[in-house]
Ligand binder design. Structure first.
Ligand code: AMP
Length: 401
């Protein structure tokens, strides 16, 4: 049997492990994608294994995904059974926080691992799970190269004025900076613009990544200039369960006047706020759109309001606007939200074509719109697979193993 070189990509969340398998014999092409969810509770496995194989959607026994290591073993058993000729020589990992120094994907060495652990307090909800995913993969594939790809890296060269908080200077040196996240998504979308609309790519673009996590980024000539997210993936737009921007004074109030512990406040900000908190119904935009009750509508109103407000701010940071690009589950699918965001935005040069918007076309602005409005489905996994292939082809990568 001939062996097929493949890259496995992993995105380890608190109770989920998302995976993709890419053929890397040429430009990476996706062979399979799936996830184990509800790890540690009542886990389920879902996978799309390409056209030749049936999709998988089944409950797992708790012991098959008691933690990330067990979940990865379950995934590998599925992939090895489905693609017996595939040999993973490299595993690419999504890592939320690369701190001030990681501006590129890195081969994971013991030193890099130590740095990732040091950065854990910067992303306490995400980073420890990313690390657990890397540790599980290192144990399962001791011979494979592990590559870490950072959600912060795309923003690392943004201007200093957008890198600082107005806190005493020493905090900047301690790493308290505006990092920005969703960088893998922005890198993909910016790369797609370069391919399909090079003039737009060379100009002033705002990308709105609107999913369960949500942020926006101002990109000038392919480089991040400003993002709505800051030190942690909590700032900026309201999200599924995260609050987005709030006055830090709210934290003092909750702690001092309500007697809440910092852990409680953190839990409220990360898991009980955003669309879920405001609506009291759900974090899921589809459910809110169909709910038709005032609380759901208010949550949507706030979501749209913040996006429109940030759009103005980012356009100011860019010195104008050549395109607004939507991606993420909401950005790619919700015509209603896109319509509301673009409504009466002619002052900034945006004119939505309702017909194109209703058809989910790639370009959804009118032919007369000064700035273009586009929908570009994102693909963070392929950004990881490309980096994994690139680094595995470099001689110093082999030396780092
Ligand atoms: P993501 O985190 O990128 O997978 O996006 C998840 C979000 O996208 C959830 O809030 C979903 O409700 C939302 N979403 C997905 N499809 C649609 C749709 N057709 N209309 C509205 N929202 C959608």
């Amino acid at each position: 049997m001939t062996t097929l070189p493949v890259a496995l990509t992993l995105n380890a969340g608190s109770s989920s492990l998302k995976f993709s398998l890419f053929d890397i014999s040429g430009a990476p092409t996706q062979m399979a994608i799936g996830l184990v969810e509800n790890i540690g509770k009542q886990p389920r496995l879902k996978a799309d294994l390409g056209e030749a194989l049936p999709a998988v959607a089944r409950e797992l026994k708790p012991e098959d995904a008691v933690d990330h290591t067990a979940a990865l073993a379950t995934v590998l058993a599925l992939l090895r059974g489905s693609f017996p000729g595939a040999k993973a020589s490299v595993v690419g990992h999504r890592v939320v926080h690369g701190g001030p120094h990681f501006a590129e994907p890195m081969v994971v060495t013991d030193q890099v691992m130590a740095e990732l652990k040091r950065l854990s307090p910067f992303a306490p909800i995400h980073q420890p799970h990313n690390i657990a995913g890397i540790e599980a993969a290192r144990a399962a594939f001791p011979e494979a190269l592990q590559v870490a790809c950072f959600d912060t890296a795309f923003h690392r060269h943004h201007p200093k004025a957008n890198d600082v908080f107005a806190l005493p200077r020493e905090y900047y040196d301690k790493g308290i900076r505006r990092y920005g996240f969703h960088g893998l998504s922005y890198e993909y979308v910016s790369g797609e613009l370069k391919r399909i609309a090079p003039q737009i790519h060379a100009g002033r673009v705002v990308v709105a990544h609107l999913g369960n996590g949500a942020s926006m980024c101002g990109i000038l000539g392919g480089r991040s200039v400003a993002s709505t997210m800051g030190f942690t993936a909590l700032d900026g737009l309201p999200m599924g369960t995260r609050c987005g921007q709030v006055d830090p004074g709210v934290i003092f109030y909750m702690v001092q006047q309500e007697g809440r512990s910092i852990d409680e406040v953190r839990d409220i900000f990360y898991t009980k706020s955003g669309l879920l908190g405001l609506s009291g119904i759900s974090n899921d935009m589809r459910i809110l759109e169909s709910a038709g009750v005032p609380e759901a509508n208010e949550a949507i109103d706030y979501f749209v309001f913040r996006i429109r407000r940030e759009l103005g701010g980012l356009a100011a940071a860019l010195g104008g606007l050549d395109a607004l690009v939507f991606c993420g589950g909401i950005g790619e699918n919700s015509r209603k939200i896109r319509r509301r965001i673009c409504d009466a935005m002619d002052w900034i040069g945006l004119e939505l074509d309702h017909d194109r918007n209703d058809k989910n076309a790639r370009v959804i602005s009118t032919d007369f719109s000064r700035a273009r409005i586009m929908v570009v489905p994102t693909n963070e996994e392929i950004v990881i697979a490309r980096a994994a292939k690139r680094l595995s082809a470099m001689p110093e990568a082999a030396a780092a193993e």
